[in-house]
Write a protein that binds this ligand. Structure first.
Ligand SMILES: [Zn+2]
Ligand SMILES: [Zn+2]
Length: 216
């Protein structure tokens, strides 16, 4: 790691990060919060037919496209009312982790990997909920709730996979099939020369393949 990056990380941990911050707690609360929403939403589903479950892969594909578009056009473009997203992601996340120094050094660095509570609120309730409501309107409320569950699960797995992408290669998480591939895929995205053009999916590069921005 070069000295400039080392200094940037040290400054962040010392001067910006609240001393009470716990990366483990941030990760646990993110997962528990998502699980809580999933359980609540599942109580709203009125069982009609197993055919409704066919909507799961469709909702997954919608979530994958939303992840792709939000990452490519909200997090990587300086847009007037969304500057905070650009700053948090392109400026801070990408300068803290580059392709040749992508690994976290301490669980405190989760602060630069996981979404903040306000970002989670924005993605689930401001971007996601209108989509779920529209699906419910054109299909059935239960299908709307199923798509909500898929969307929240997508967010939860996104956080887990993104965290794994920022772990050292020798971590036990890389025994999970596909984890090493997803890390290499995301690592290419952290190359400053490639980050504006390639590999915007984190969970599964379906949209990158569809929109021809896949690079490994
Ligand atoms: Zn990353
Ligand atoms: Zn990015």
């Amino acid at each position: 790691m070069d000295q400039e990056l080392k200094k940037l990380r040290d400054d962040y941990r010392k001067n910006i990060l609240p001393s009470s911050y716990s990366g483990a707690l941030h990760l646990i609360l993110s997962i528990l919060g998502a699980l809580g929403l999933i359980v609540l939403a599942s109580t709203q589903i009125k069982r009609r037919s197993y055919g409704d479950l066919l909507f799961i892969p469709i909702a997954f594909l919608i979530a994958n496209v939303v992840e792709y578009l939000a990452h490519r056009f909200l997090l990587h473009r300086p847009i007037k009312y969304f500057m905070v997203a650009f700053k948090e992601h392109t400026i801070l996340h990408h300068s803290f982790f580059t392709h040749d120094a992508i690994e976290i050094e301490t669980s405190k660095d989760f602060h630069r990997v996981l979404f903040s509570p306000s970002a989670v609120f924005f993605f689930i309730f401001i971007i996601g909920t209108p989509i779920f409501l529209m699906i419910a309107h054109f299909t059935h409320p239960s299908i709307g709730w199923i798509s909500f569950i898929v969307g929240v699960s997508y967010y939860m797995f996104y956080e887990m996979v993104h965290t794994i992408c920022h772990l050292h290669d020798h971590h036990w998480a890389f025994k999970i099939p596909g984890a090493r591939f997803l890390k290499r895929f995301h690592q290419s995205h952290h190359n400053p020369k490639l980050m504006q053009q390639y590999n915007f999916n984190v969970l599964l590069p379906v949209s990158d393949w569809l929109f021809r921005t896949y690079k490994n």
